[in-house]
Design a protein around this ligand. Structure first.
Ligand code: HEC
Ligand code: HEC
Ligand code: HEC
Ligand code: HEC
Ligand code: HEC
Ligand code: HEC
Ligand code: HEC
Length: 489
């Protein structure tokens, strides 16, 4: 192998300068996972040393038609095809090809769109106001989330020293630009102004390029786009606003969230139970491959289960708001689960509840194991708050089933990111005295609305009484008449 000659770098840099200024490429590149002279890119262009640009770039633009910029210099392989030439398990260890081939997640869009980054769009640098991710141009490619010149190896793990830093960009996302909302709306509407940050410091800033008003320009935050899993694309700046009454702590810790506060440690599984109120989390703590714990390549690339939901605690595909059998989760699934003394649940099977219920990844307060989270019958009957406990054996099934069950989405938002009400509660829109929420947050199939509440007041975790909730639906309204004072908009 010849040594990497400085001339090679200069020659290519000079060539590429014809398109754009390669600002800071060389400096950060040599310290990157790809540029490393021992473990970096190799084997894809003969005669070049490990780490050389030529394993990705064709210096003389000879292999592809001149219409492609800058891909005419990328060894004739466009977009993900260049990356997957190596990231298919050999020689680079992480098999991303297997992930993007899966039915759900970003894979279908990554492989299904071509020429997204070619027609004069160099998206390693900021583009103007999100237009590249909007309308007919909407796309996602590897280099929207990874910068091939600065990428580092590693994965994020829970930061126990500074738990509020559990949203900082992890090594593979080094050097990617993102956007930060420049304002925090007080009601449940999207932020409409953004600051472009290069490079992003938080993982969510990268996701926000494509999953907020910055891309959508949609005033109510509920778009007409549909993802591979069949859900309407919504605005994550609205859902993760600092002013929402409840939220998963992706941007701010719950203590810093204006209108929320910490859960009790007993409501969380390790490591989350160590720092209630003072921790943040990644989008990719919930969204990732179904087989990450089993050694599959990490990251929100693709999954066999809908919505890219990741088995964080369990080594299996996990599901929400319904099981793999398509049956909605209910409180009776938990309280009736058979752990030697209880009787089996009536809608989902015991095995499904134990291995598939997504929320138990992190809200497993049962002191159990990954294979049986329901270690003690006391825990499974209360499940960390008495609003759950009190519905053991109650009945609210708007789809006509006759078992004693109350589905999770009778009370909670189908999209569990953040809501204007506390505890991710949604209002069904039947009585609008205190406000209303709409699909897809309100779970609705055809004309049947599954949500059941028109009012909610938060209280301390084990002190819920009937008056904390107001409902007008048959089966609930008798116990929960309008007692006044519920959370409004
Ligand atoms: C792992 C593959 C890979 C390696 C190695 C690599 N590049 Fe790139 N480079 C890319 C990709 C992919 C793009 C286009 C990114 C986009 O906009 O989608 C690119 C774009 C560029 C551009 C266009 C401007 C820009 O930043 O978008 C320049 C200039 C460039 N590379 C120079 C270099 C130089 C010089 C080296 C070696 C020091 C190098 N590259 C090594 C993959 C690579
Ligand atoms: C010529 C082969 C080659 C190509 C092409 C290539 N890579 Fe890599 N990539 C590597 C190697 C080798 C490593 C370093 C692996 C290591 O050190 O464990 C790496 C590392 C990475 C990492 C860090 C992985 C980790 O374990 O954390 C990411 C992310 C990555 N590449 C993304 C990309 C993207 C995106 C592209 C396309 C723009 C691309 N790669 C193209 C060979 C390649
Ligand atoms: C939507 C953003 C996004 C897209 C698109 C994306 N990645 Fe990733 N990728 C991530 C995140 C996030 C991680 C995990 C970071 C972590 O572990 O904290 C990751 C991790 C990786 C890793 C390391 C995996 C491991 O197990 O260590 C590689 C390699 C990689 N990506 C390559 C690719 C390639 C190749 C493509 C295109 C086919 C791609 N990525 C598309 C966000 C993305
Ligand atoms: C470059 C644009 C882009 C970026 C960056 C991006 N996404 Fe996406 N994402 C898409 C597109 C396109 C879809 C398909 C649906 C649509 O058009 O909204 C999608 C769909 C999804 C879906 C639904 C998948 C399904 O099976 O229905 C999830 C979950 C998701 N993205 C999470 C993330 C996360 C987490 C990040 C940041 C780590 C991220 N995205 C970054 C463009 C992007
Ligand atoms: C606590 C876990 C959790 C976190 C954290 C989380 N998500 Fe999700 N997300 C989900 C679940 C569950 C769904 C599926 C909702 C449904 O059933 O429709 C979902 C759905 C989605 C979808 C598809 C539907 C839509 O609303 O567009 C996208 C895109 C998405 N998430 C992006 C993100 C991004 C970006 C972040 C970080 C800013 C993030 N998620 C953080 C759990 C989470
Ligand atoms: C990857 C881990 C993870 C998963 C999966 C997860 N959560 Fe959470 N959840 C958290 C963390 C962390 C907090 C914040 C706890 C704290 O710091 O006090 C939280 C907080 C909450 C809160 C309180 C929010 C507030 O502002 O009061 C609710 C309600 C909640 N989660 C419901 C759910 C539901 C429903 C699901 C399943 C659809 C789910 N979570 C899945 C990690 C997770
Ligand atoms: C009858 C309404 C109702 C139903 C049905 C319901 N929840 Fe809840 N849930 C609540 C309330 C109220 C809270 C807030 C408790 C508090 O303040 O700690 C809550 C809190 C949570 C939390 C946050 C941590 C905790 O334990 O308090 C999670 C996770 C959660 N619910 C998941 C679920 C899942 C999964 C289901 C279905 C199996 C479900 N919920 C069904 C009302 C409901």
């Amino acid at each position: 192998m010849p040594l990497p000659s400085p001339h090679t770098y200069l020659c290519l840099a000079a060539l590429l300068l014809a398109w754009t200024a390669p600002a800071a490429v060389a400096g950060t590149y040599t310290a990157s996972a790809h540029g490393d002279s021992a473990s970096g890119v190799s084997g894809r262009a003969s005669g070049y040393a490990t780490g050389n640009c030529a394993h990705c770039h064709d210096q003389h633009a000879s292999r592809q038609a001149t219409t492609h910029t800058p891909y005419n210099v990328l060894r004739g392989l466009s977009e993900e095809n260049l990356c997957l030439d190596c990231h298919d398990g050999t020689p680079a260890a992480d098999d991303i090809s297997a992930q993007v081939a899966k039915t759900y997640g970003h894979g279908p869009t990554i492989t299904g769109t071509s020429d997204s980054h070619t027609t004069s769009k160099l998206e390693l640098a900021t583009t103007s106001e999100g237009s590249a991710f909007r309308g007919a141009l909407r796309h996602v490619e590897c280099s929207d989330c990874h910068n091939p010149h600065e990428v580092q190896t590693g994965n994020h793990t829970y930061n126990t020293t500074t738990p509020s830093d559990n949203n900082l960009v992890s090594s593979p996302l080094t050097g990617v630009w993102g956007v930060e909302p420049a304002s925090e709306p007080t009601t449940f509407v999207p932020a409409t102004t953004y600051t472009e940050v290069s490079a992003a410091t938080k993982e969510y800033q990268i996701c926000f390029k494509c999953h907020t008003y910055y891309a959508f320009q949609d005033a109510d935050g509920v778009t007409s786009l549909t993802g591979p899993s069949g859900q309407t694309a919504t605005d994550q700046s609205m859902e993760f606003s600092r002013n929402n009454r409840s939220v998963h702590p992706v941007r701010y810790t719950l203590t810093l969230q204006t209108n929320s506060d910490a859960l009790d440690a007993s409501q969380l599984a390790s490591p989350w139970s160590d720092n209630p109120g003072s921790q943040t989390m990644y989008c990719s703590d919930c969204h990732g491959a179904d087989d990450e714990l089993a050694g599959g390549a990490k990251g929100p690339h693709g999954a066999t289960s809908k919505y890219l939901l990741k088995g964080y605690f369990k080594d299996s595909a996990v599901y929400w708001p319904a099981s793999s059998a398509g049956k909605l989760w209910s409180l009776n699934d938990i309280s009736q689960v058979d752990n030697s003394s209880g009787s089996a649940p009536t809608i989902n099977t015991t095995a499904a509840v134990q291995s598939e219920l997504f929320c138990l990844n992190c809200h497993n307060s049962f002191g159990g194991t990954a294979t049986n989270p329901f270690a003690t019958s006391t825990d499974r009957n209360t499940w960390a708050n008495n609003a759950h406990q009190k519905h053991d054996g109650r009945r609210y099934q708007p789809d006509g089933g006759d078992d004693h069950n109350v589905y999770c989405i009778a009370c909670h938002s189908a999209i569990p990111h953040g809501m204007r009400r506390s505890a991710l509660i949604v209002y069904d829109g039947r009585d609008t005295t205190y406000g209303s929420d709409t699909p897809p947050y309100v779970y609705k199939v055809g004309t049947t609305t599954y949500a059941a509440l028109s009012g909610f007041k938060k209280t301390s975790h084990l002190s819920y009484s009937r008056a904390n909730c107001f409902s007008t639906v048959s089966g609930c309204s008798g116990d929960h008449p309008d007692a006044g004072g519920y959370e409004g908009d």
